[in-house]
Write a protein that binds this ligand. Structure first.
Ligand code: AMP
Length: 207
């Protein structure tokens, strides 16, 4: 949990490698569908570019199929899902059906100033989804992905006007989930303003 730019993707990726579990980022999955030009991608593209949420029914179906794949059996880290109460309810049901349970819900609290700085400087690899920041996490060779050599891009929805919309959407639709998970006793709150290493140290103390 956390607004755009809170560090969810960066830390989910590090932890998925550390614990040997899959990193399931709905944003990455949706962008792959957009790139593939399939029906889901066609429906999602314009919504994503405006910084709004893709309809629950589409995202829930996509994650249901993904969670049923073999590699999710050993565990997974969800990143960017659930983002609405309806998605959280659907997730609960899906996990019951699969006889799985959540171990924790991590909530990254972050200030707006840090979000705006992180997103304006964020660069991503359109091929392997690696994330960089022009100052905080620069690639070894400027503008090029360290992992696969692809030219980095700025996401269209990281432009300032879309970022403000995404923050509004987060407050209205996603922030209410914090209470939902607080009640379940699974919520762990983290200081998302911290840089990658100190926040990893905080995460390490949770386990
Ligand atoms: P992200 O990469 O997590 O910042 O997601 C990028 C965009 O994908 C969001 O602004 C939404 O348009 C869409 N998206 C990602 N995850 C979800 C979700 N769980 N529900 C609805 N839309 C989503």
């Amino acid at each position: 949990m956390g607004p755009p730019g809170a560090g969810k993707g960066t830390h989910a990726k590090i932890m998925s490698e550390r614990y040997g579990v899959v990193h399931l980022a709905t944003g990455d999955l949706l962008r792959a569908n957009v790139k593939a030009g399939n029906e889901l991608g066609r429906q999602a593209k314009a919504i994503m570019e405006k910084g709004e949420l893709v309809p629950d029914v589409l995202v829930i179906q996509m994650i249901r199929e993904r969670l049923a794949e073999k590699d999710a059996k050993a565990g997974f880290i969800l990143d960017g899902f659930p983002r609405t109460v309806a998605q959280a309810e659907a997730l609960k049901k899906m996990l019951q059906d699969l006889q799985l349970k959540l171990d924790a819900v991590l909530d990254f609290k972050v200030s707006e100033k840090v979000v705006l700085d992180r997103l304006s400087g964020r660069r991503v690899c359109p091929e392997c989804n690696a994330n960089y920041h022009i100052r905080n996490i620069p690639p070894q060779k400027e503008g090029i992905c360290d992992q696969c050599g692809t030219r980095l891009i700025q996401r269209k929805d990281d432009k300032p006007e879309t970022v403000l919309e995404r923050l509004k959407v987060y407050e209205a639709k996603t922030a209410p989930l914090i209470d939902f998970y607080k009640k379940s006793g699974l919520l762990r709150t983290l200081n998302g303003d911290l840089d990658v290493e100190p926040l990893q140290a905080e995460l390490g103390q949770l386990s």
